[in-house]
Design a protein around this ligand. Structure first.
Ligand code: ATP
Ligand code: MG
Length: 723
């Protein structure tokens, strides 16, 4: 057999990893060293050379985009169709398992997935119905608590309240939440993983079956597995399975969501005799980009420590642009993008990365104005838009009458005279009788409602029944089309004059197209509608330009993990935004932010731009900040500063030196005071300059101090330190 295609273009260490014996293996290596490549080639090696059946491979990674990439790379290498293979995200594979084994998992066959917005809304409703005072906890805190427990594999009965009444109540809320979900056949994201673990743990026949089936478990981005994901893998591997995990401790960025980088050590304990392979050559980035990334990550203390090198060219310096505000920043990025596109490069080869989803809006606006097609991954996505959720709620209710979330969402949308009071009556009935809202509605229509309200509810229920009847034999997109019309949603949004209404109607039409281009997976053995609904909840994210269109890629640094682009912009590199405010006081949090920065930098292959704004309006507030401390961690020789507006390049030394050293302000000199400058006062602590007036010894500044608020100070007396 000719193994050349599989082993060519691999270095020695990579080859050793790909061809390692059928024993547990762990590949720990830095960014861009070919870990994912090794994983893909390992799959090909096992199938083509070792004669392993493709059916007995399970390959798992974190994002949908990465999973799609993995699938297409395996397909290209092996030239076999891969849609039936178990290659996907943790959530996607867990979902598949639960669909197959809904009975064993204790779920209704048509269970629905709820995303994190749905989950929060459900918790809010629960607060209301249980009369929980949200001054004690916010629904969001309870959501965090529940998901955190599930990520650890814990059900309410497993959690100790430690004699703390507060905690006892949180556990009780978790229990109520579980009951509501179980009654409605609703499964949140964390539940997918937890149930997939439990269904194997509690069904020995099933576990045996899957252990026999999946001998080889290939795991990408292993550093970001949380407790329940690891437990699921551990269970599947048993004593005879062959887990093959690749990861990078420096890229562990989901600690805040329960990921544990310690699994790297745990793996070696759980699977004695693990082959450990290190890869040290980076093939992705120019030497400049790689050295910058290495220098930044070197500031972290908690690391295994790796030495990544490249024999690639130094490439261009990293360009740093200091923008006046977020619009100036967006204009700069769009200008550079234009140049890039005019030079004949593909738009899809450029990525704009940011720390927080909210940053995308301004960038999107500028892209739209410049008529540059783009696509946002994550954030407010197509399937998360209000009108799409409305339409999906109709479809969900058609598929499952007990879906209370959907029921409540659309019972009076479009308005049909069902008031809050009527809904409240149904809700209490449902609660008192432990039944769904639908059931409750059916009963109380006859007994408890006034004539008008009863008629309205009755009409709503007949509408849903009629929709279910009429759409039963239709193709998926006709089902969707019929539903958005008959439900009155199109009519309703058409009345909403102006841009917004129009956009909503267009989006609904887009949903029909989405249904049209949706190809159900025969392996799923589900009704197309059910599968489409699951897809909508899981994939939430295919908006803007179409997937096949050549468009600029926008995403958070978190969603960029595992991907690579010739041109990368890292925007909003400001202290407080990145590193994020929440992490500033916590060394562990700060290290996680630094790893995220390392992930961001190492996405770039040829060219990297870093931009920050002196002032930024975000979430409706104006912020003045300093450039991110991570910029100062990049050695000067790798950086070229782009001057605002005049657009000439000059070395960054002068301003970076000011940023690094604390310069006392001496009165009587031009002190370089500027709005937004961070300063420290002996008594009042740190603050930001909001205003200046006067000159020389009369110069005064208004400073917003973190602890004591705003104060006017005379500069010649204040002894401020510039920071
Ligand atoms: P990350 O940590 O970001 O996930 P990774 O370690 O998974 O990165 P890959 O994405 O597998 O790295 O590889 C990075 C790039 O280097 C890819 O474009 C890949 O094709 C290329 N590459 C990897 N190994 C080699 C090699 N031996 N020869 C040529 N190119 C390689
Ligand atoms: Mg990778």
């Amino acid at each position: 057999m000719d193994v050349t295609p599989i082993l060519a273009n691999l270095n020695d260490a990579q080859r050793q990893a790909v061809t390692s014996p059928a024993e547990p293996a762990l590949i720990i290596a830095g960014a861009g060293s070919g870990k994912t490549r090794v994983l893909v080639h390992r799959a090909a090696w096992l199938i083509d050379v070792k004669g392993v059946s493709p059916q007995s491979l399970l390959a798992v990674t974190f994002t949908n985009k990465a999973a799609a990439e993995m699938r297409s790379r395996i397909e290209a290498l092996l030239k076999i169709p891969v849609q039936h293979l178990w290659i996907g995200t943790f959530h996607g594979l867990a979902h598949r398992m639960l669909r197959r084994h809904w009975r064993e998992a204790g779920l209704p066959q048509n269970f629905q997935i709820i995303d994190s917005d749905d989950q929060l809304r459900l918790i809010k409703r629960m607060f209301k119905s249980l009369k929980i005072d949200d001054s004690q906890w916010t629904p969001k805190e309870i959501q965090w608590f529940i998901n955190g427990q599930k990520d650890e594999g814990l059900r309410p009965q497993h959690i100790d309240d430690d004699g703390d009444p507060n905690r006892r109540q949180m556990i009780a809320l978790y229990r109520s939440y579980e009951e509501i979900c179980q009654r409605g056949g609703l499964v949140d994201f964390a539940e997918l993983l937890l149930r997939a673990h439990e269904v194997l743990r509690d069904n020995s026949a099933l576990l045996d079956h899957y252990r026999r089936r999946f001998k080889h478990l290939l795991i990408d981005e292993f550093q970001d597995t949380n407790a329940i994901q690891y437990a699921w893998l551990r269970l599947l591997a048993g004593d005879k399975g062959v887990p093959f995990a690749v990861g990078d401790d420096d890229q562990s960025i989901y600690g805040w969501r329960g990921a544990r980088v310690e699994h790297i050590q745990q793996f070696q304990k759980d699977f004695p005799g693990t082959h450990v392979v290190k890869l040290e050559q980076n093939y992705r980035s120019t030497a400049t980009i790689l050295n910058a990334a290495n220098a930044v990550i070197a500031n972290n203390n908690m690391r295994i420590g790796k030495n990544l090198w490249t024999d690639g060219s130094p490439g261009e310096a990293i360009k740093v642009y200091s923008a006046y505000d977020e619009r100036d920043e967006a204009d700069f990025v769009i200008g550079r993008l234009r140049d890039w596109i005019t030079q004949g490069n593909a738009r899809a080869d450029a990525a704009i990365l940011y720390r927080s989803n909210a940053q995308s809006r301004v960038l999107e606006e500028s892209l739209i104005n410049a008529r540059i097609p783009y696509r946002v991954y994550g954030g407010l996505r197509f399937f998360e838009r209000a009108e799409i959720k409305d339409a999906l709620a109709y479809l969900r209710l058609i598929a499952n009458r007990n879906d209370d979330n959907s029921f409540e969402r659309i019972v009076n949308k479009p308005t049909r005279g069902i008031g809050a009071r009527t809904v409240e009556i149904m809700r209490s009935y449902a609660k008192a009788n432990a039944c769904s809202m639908w059931r409750a509605a059916r009963t109380i229509v006859r007994n408890d409602l006034s004539g008008r309200a009863a008629n309205a509810v009755d009409a709503f229920m007949s509408l849903i029944e009629r929709l279910a009847r009429e759409t039963a034999g239709m193709t998926l997109h006709d089902q969707v089309d019929h539903t958005i019309h008959l439900s009155g949603l199109i009519e309703f949004f058409k009345k909403d004059k102006g841009e917004k209404g129009e956009m909503r109607v267009e989006n609904l039409a887009e949903l029909v197209s989405a249904a049209k281009s949706f190809t159900p997976d025969p392996a799923e053995e589900m009704l197309p509608l059910d599968e489409f609904l699951s897809h909508a909840a899981l994939e939430a994210g295919e908006g803007q330009a179409d997937a096949w269109e050549d468009c600029v890629q926008l995403m958070t640094m978190h969603s960029a993990k595992g991907l690579e682009f010739p041109l990368v912009f890292m925007c909003g590199m400001e202290d407080g935004l990145f590193p994020h405010q929440r992490s500033l006081a916590d060394p562990r949090g700060l290290e996680e932010e630094r790893r995220l920065c390392y992930v961001g930098i190492t996405r770039a292959k040829q060219l990297l731009y870093i931009t920050y704004a002196e002032q930024r309006r975000l979430h409706g507030m104006d912020n003045f900040s300093q450039p991110s401390r991570f910029i100062a961690e990049i050695p000067d020789e790798h950086i070229e500063e782009i001057r605002p507006r005049v657009q000439v390049s000059r070395p960054l030394h002068a301003s970076r030196a000011a940023q690094q050293k604390r310069t006392p302000i001496v009165p009587g000199r031009d002190m370089g005071i500027r709005l937004g400058q961070r300063v420290r006062h002996k008594k009042f602590g740190e603050g930001i300059i909001l205003n200046c007036e006067g000159q020389g010894t009369h110069a005064r500044v208004e400073v917003n101090f973190e602890t004591v608020g705003t104060k006017w100070l005379v500069l010649s007396y204040a002894n401020l330190d510039l920071m």
